[in-house]
Design a protein around this ligand. Structure first.
Ligand code: PSU
Ligand code: MN
Length: 303
């Protein structure tokens, strides 16, 4: 095991015994949702993973250690400190380790730690992507590069239309990342089940998804697979509402000069405020749905 990785006793045991383990990220806790819903959601995700036969490994950097598997106290700490915890992507890991500091891991950083720990499947809400206007700002999430180089399957509900979903799909195609729709041919757009963009292929069962991931591994390809799982129908938001809210949030971000890694948390918070919490409810439900699917896929990978 890499010297910087610290496994919790439960995660260590599960990995040693060859039991299914799924990774969970922590930027979603510190930067993606308000307290106390963030802590409640993170703890529920762990419970749902266990109910579905997989050990949860929530990942964060604590005291310079790349931790896989957190205690309830550690999750409380990440949730309460919120934006006060550094948002940690690939570039931040060496600095946090050197300074023995804390960080909430993005999809990219969580994939890195999961790969180091030997955890092949990871559940989250939405992944980062190519931002609208990226032709000028060059704002392209490091999550996409990570999917191109790190062998972890990421189960998400697609990506929010705060991003340019067409360019995000083009980028993933260039990088050779399979984008698989779970029981759908269309890329889901987080709050909505449709985006108007097609995925590369579909998987209709956890077995099928696991077989694709397995084939990527046996080919020796370096990257990951993106499994896109649409939000359950009963929790989806009407497209007209969410589209207009997102357009307004994007305008505000531009007007107030938000840039770099602050863009995504700013947009997420504004969208939640503008829908008076409706989007937060949807967000929580789609994460639970992804945790269930990731656990089922992880079980298939072990069997
Ligand atoms: N998209 C969401 N919710 C999130 C994030 C993205 O709908 O919480 C978080 C994830 O941790 C993701 C990160 O990896 O934001 C991407 O940030 P950036 O766009 O700065 O790469
Ligand atoms: Mn960015």
């Amino acid at each position: 095991m890499n010297q910087h990785v610290a496994l919790s006793p439960n995660v260590k045991r599960a990995l040693e015994e060859g039991k299914p383990v799924i990774a969970l990220e922590s930027t979603i806790i510190s930067h993606g949702m308000p307290y106390p819903q963030n802590v409640e959601t993170a703890l529920n995700c762990e419970r749902i993973a266990r109910e579905n036969g997989a050990e949860p490994a929530t990942i964060a950097v604590l005291g310079g250690k790349l931790c896989a598997g957190l205690t309830e106290e550690q999750i409380q700490y990440l949730g309460k400190k919120g934006q006060g915890i550094r948002k940690a992507s690939r570039r931040d890991l060496p600095v946090l380790i050197a300074r023995q500091s804390d960080g909430a891991t993005t999809v990219a950083a969580t994939m890195i730690v999961a790969a180091l720990a030997g955890i092949p499947v990871f559940a989250t809400g939405g992944v980062g992507g190519v931002h609208r206007g990226a032709e000028k700002t060059m704002d392209i999430s490091a999550d996409l590069e990570e999917l191109a180089q790190t062998p972890v399957a990421v189960v998400c509900a697609g990506a929010k239309s705060i991003l340019d979903l067409g360019l995000t799909m083009e980028y993933l195609e260039t990088k050779g990342v399979p984008v698989i729709g779970y029981q759908t041919d269309e890329l889901p757009a987080f709050y909505t089940r449709e985006s108007g963009f097609k995925v590369n292929d579909r998987a209709d069962s956890p077995q099928e998804a696991a077989a694709i991931i397995h084939a990527q591994r046996t080919l020796g390809f370096p990257g990951g697979v993106l499994i896109t799982n649409p939000i359950p129908r009963e929790h989806a938001l009407p497209r007209e509402i969410i589209d207009s809210v997102i357009v307004a949030a994007l305008k505000e971000a531009q007007a107030s000069g938000v840039a770099g890694k602050d863009v995504t948390p700013f947009l997420l918070a504004r969208v939640a405020e503008k829908t008076s919490g409706l989007s937060l409810k949807a967000n929580i439900q789609l994460v639970y749905n992804n945790v269930r699917l990731a656990a089922q896929i992880a079980r298939e990978m072990e069997s």
